[in-house]
Design a protein around this ligand. Structure first.
Ligand code: FES
Length: 350
């Protein structure tokens, strides 16, 4: 949109983006955060507003040369924003993020689903926060702080940001500006290489955040980092209800679980394709789908993202999800196959 177009600046009431369907988003802008991290501004094609809470994410279908894959990216922008969302993506090994960096340019579209997830200050309300991040794990905290600044929420927060070098600190300059609007924000960048390098461990965390037990701790980063932070918070006296974490490092997905040899088998039927296969009661339906070589979109394999949501025509399952499905969807008959195990024979709308 041109800066000379009054529509680009004007405020108007917007319809709400439907959160439970796949829909195209249009890339409106792209900029580099660091050498290998890029932010994409995305908006709906019809101008509808993407309502989200700080800390939520969206699932994106990325058409790589090797086929379509789904990936989850946290919304990094303020929940108070009306003109689109930002995702901040690190170029990593594997096709998806590199393909986004190479092809998602202004005017291009990408199919998205969401927002989803329960991570953030809505699910973990607190008077004081410790926001402990590594790498691009800072993005949900950026959404939280940007939202606080936009809404005049004087949040008391320590943001501990671990990155390889100072040059890799995402949004470091912006955080310095946010501190003017959020006077109780303390930013502690921790480079792990170069000048001022430190090793993020329990001793360092407790020395930098001595009042951790009084704070709600939100953590985002790779799994080993989160395990260290989780045990540090527990040892510091942070109650489990005051500790939340999120990661899209899905290195041990449920789909790799091997069923017990004596587990009872149930049949799963895909009603539309007519495919029928067995699934042990101890195995997730998604794992059985993949073992049968059948297609079913999935991303997190942990009941978080909602990508695998499927209508169940009949049968009973046990399902332990992590926010990827709403109660009203469960009431209507939907399940998340990645975290559902069959109790009876099952018929799915696939
Ligand atoms: S794949 Fe994410 S909820 Fe099932």
């Amino acid at each position: 949109m041109s800066a000379a177009d009054p529509q680009a600046w004007g405020t108007r009431r917007r319809r709400r983006f439907a959160p439970e369907t796949w829909a195209p988003l249009i890339c409106k802008g792209v900029w580099d955060e660091t050498a290998d991290v890029r932010t994409f501004l995305l908006a709906t094609a019809d101008g509808s507003r993407i309502e989200h809470d700080p800390g939520q994410f969206m699932t994106f279908r990325i058409d790589t040369p090797d086929g379509a894959v789904e990936r989850c990216y946290t919304i990094a922008s303020s929940a108070a924003r009306d003109g689109g969302i930002e995702i901040t993506v690190k170029r990593q090994d594997g096709a998806a993020s590199g393909h986004l960096h190479d092809t998602l340019t202004p005017g291009a579209s990408i199919t998205a689903f969401g927002p989803s997830g329960r991570f953030g200050p809505v699910a973990w309300p607190g008077l004081k926060y410790a926001l402990i991040t590594a790498g691009s794990g800072v993005t949900p905290m950026l959404s939280m702080l940007r939202t606080a600044a936009d809404r005049g929420i004087d949040v008391d927060a320590v943001l501990l940001q671990v990155s390889p070098t100072d040059a890799d600190m995402i949004a470091a300059e912006e955080i310095a500006l946010l501190k003017r609007r959020l006077p109780q924000l303390v930013h502690i960048p921790i480079p792990t290489r170069g000048a001022g390098a430190a090793r993020p461990n329990a001793e360092l965390l407790t020395s930098l955040i001595p009042d951790m037990a009084e704070r709600t701790v939100l953590c985002c980063g790779p799994q080993p980092f989160m395990e260290m932070v989780r045990s540090t918070a527990r040892d510091a006296g942070v109650p489990s209800e005051s500790y939340g974490e999120e990661s899209f490092d899905f290195s041990s997905p449920e789909t790799e679980i091997t069923p017990a040899a004596d587990a009872r088998l149930r049949s799963v039927t895909f009603a539309r394709s007519g495919k029928v296969f067995d699934c042990a009661e101890t195995t997730t339906i998604l794992a059985a789908v993949k073992a049968a070589g059948l297609p079913l979109p999935s991303s997190c394999a942990r009941g978080m993202c909602g990508t695998c949501k499927t209508f169940k025509h009949s049968g009973e399952v046990t399902m332990a999800h992590e926010g990827g499905i709403r109660q009203r969807e469960i009431d209507r008959g939907f399940i998340l196959p990645c975290v559902s195990r069959p109790l009876t024979d099952i018929v799915l709308d696939c």
